[in-house]
Design a protein around this ligand. Structure first.
Ligand code: OAD
Length: 260
């Protein structure tokens, strides 16, 4: 096993313990957050330099902000779309995609990220049309898609022009297809994610501060059903105490060492 070097990375014995848990598990589910995309250059939300350290979510990412001032919210997402177009999946996304492809079966990756990088990594690793196993359940939506704020119809995003985009079906205002604060998650997606977690022997929790619910409760479904949690994060989180092993390090280094 290749142990990532650098200060404060996980020890060989921690990696071996985590690797044993993974080998012994029939069903593995992964839950990812912004930290897995950090090495792709995508800012996280709550770390130093994170989006919510420099911007006010209540002005940019709430349903009431969208209803009050849709252009400001649109411009923020348009900026993020432009920024994400310059980012590539990193070694962490790729190692996870290869691992899930090797295991096969139904989807086993739940992500809070809206950046599309898991899907791009799965396509790159599998070639065209990757199987479900490596495709993420995107519980917070996908920034590359639009949705009608009135009738819910989904559509491919178009560049923002002088007037705000409207739904071709009902004329309602379109918005990026992401969950805004103050909104419910898609019930069917959340139920799938919770069900996967409850049936998993192991939940691999990568790069999330685990403070936003209901996402943060997903690994607890594995735990309460008798499974275990392995965490990959350079810092401790509220979930660390519940983890069988906490691997302190960057996902782009730890995941290839752990999974390949
Ligand atoms: P946060 O910004 O809250 O947390 C990012 C986590 O990633 C922290 O625990 C970091 O320690 C960790 N991290 C940083 N660099 C890392 C690296 N290279 N490898 C692994 N981990 C690293 O982001 P999330 O937990 O994803 O919601 O935030 C959850 C939700 O809050 C987001 O989905 C978003 C946000 O508001 C919505 O937009 C609905």
């Amino acid at each position: 096993m290749r142990v990532p070097h650098g200060d404060g990375g996980p020890s060989r014995s921690e990696l071996e313990r985590a690797s044993e848990l993974i080998r012994g598990a029939d069903r593995v589910v992964a839950l990812t957050g912004a930290g897995i995309s950090a090495e792709s250059g995508v800012p996280t939300f709550r770390d130093a330099g994170g989006l919510w350290r420099n911007h006010r979510p209540e002005e940019l990412a709430t349903i009431s902000a969208f209803e009050r001032d849709p252009r400001t919210v649109w411009e923020w997402y348009e900026w993020r779309r432009g920024f994400l177009a310059t980012c590539e999946p990193n070694e962490g996304h790729r190692a996870l995609a290869r691992f899930l492809l090797r295991r096969g079966g139904p989807a086993a990756l739940v992500t809070q990220n809206v950046d599309g990088l898991h899907t791009r990594a799965a396509i790159e690793e599998a070639g065209e049309g990757p199987p479900d196993a490596a495709l993420p359940i995107e519980i917070h939506g996908a920034i590359a898609r639009d949705r009608c704020n009135r009738c819910g119809m989904r559509a491919e995003a178009e560049p923002l022009g002088d007037s705000l985009p409207r739904c071709a079906e009902c004329g309602g205002l379109r918005r990026p297809d992401v969950v805004l604060f103050g909104e419910m998650l898609d019930g069917a997606l959340l139920a799938r994610a919770q069900d996967l977690a409850a049936r998993a022997d192991l939940c691999l929790v990568i790069g999330t501060s685990a403070v936003v619910y209901p996402a943060a409760a997903i690994p607890l479904a594995t735990l309460h059903a008798g499974g275990s949690i392995v965490e990959v994060n350079p810092r401790a989180t509220d979930l660390t105490g519940a983890a069988a092993v906490a691997l302190r390090g960057a996902a782009g280094e730890v995941l290839p060492a752990l999974l390949d």
